[in-house]
Design a protein around this ligand. Sequence first.
Ligand code: KG4
Ligand code: ZN
Length: 331
Amino acid sequence: MLILGIESSCDETSAAVVRDGRQILSNVVATQIDEHRLYGGVVPEIASRRHIENIVPVTEQALAEAGVSMDDIGAVAVTYTPGLIGALLAGVSFAKGLCYASGKELVPVHHLRGHVASLYLTYPDLEPPFIALAVSGGHTHMIRVDGYTSFEVLGRAVDDAAGEAFDKVARTLGLPYPGGPEISRLALDGDPSRYKLPDPHTSGEFDVSFSGLKTACLNIVNTASMKGEQINRADLAAAFEQKVTDILSRRLIGAAEEYGLPACICGGVSVNGELQRKCRLAAEKKGIPFYAPDRKLCGDNGAMIAAAGYFEYLTGSRAGLDLNAYATSEI
Ligand code: KG4
Ligand code: ZN
């Protein structure tokens, strides 16, 4: 069965055609990053407008690249939560219109379920249960994936999400948005031991906290500037990346060990090379299987929404033309 997936929760307008939740026929992503970079972060109003402009051509291109028409599509899956409300509404409204015009059924998809489903597209034989650490700009969730549509959140970021912390520290270092890849690149030439960053404490076993680290970086930069000293940006980037990836990999492998399940990462931050390396190494030591999505599927994309939508479809989940968008919601 072919699902047309539509994603517009943040700054990527994307549409994709996926067969049976596993095989990508097309995955068109129109990113707005260059425009938001001018403002140092995503401007919600601009994001909504660009989604409205891009959604039709992106969907047409996704159908064309897959070599199919709407007649071949079994159902339309759309991200309806969580995300920027105006951005989500652009995708939801378009998907509703498309379903009304084509007579296709509409399947609502939670964005984080989409990130988890990016793993099914990368590993055709991967099946639940497993532990998935979903790390993105808006979320850091430790999830026990019990089934394709059954999830238990074991822990989460109690303050800033991992990607958000990367973005904020990057800004402090004068790096452009989005900060994750910039910090990663800079950290390659840095010595992570030069700056000492704190070990954040959290009460929940699988919770994480990054705002203390972010503040520590800010203090280092401000103190140096007050003294008229130069900081070594590469060293600070390396120290920050090392700390965040240590915390995330330790938590993930700890959860996988406790529950006796494979360990997975997904979401925009999961593309981080240092995070992947540490998780892989720690998992190997414990004999735990480890999975990360294909690079192209780590960030937001329609294929992951189509894949998640397929499994939702099988459970009978459908939305009517009264489907609304929600800025926040549990997975
Ligand atoms: O999943 P995603 O594309 O959008 C959300 O759902 O939020 O994730 C975007 C986040 C941004 O915060 C970005 O800085 C981060 O992923 N990111 C990275 C890297 N590439 C993107 N963080 C760390 N290292 C990277 N290489
Ligand atoms: Zn995302």
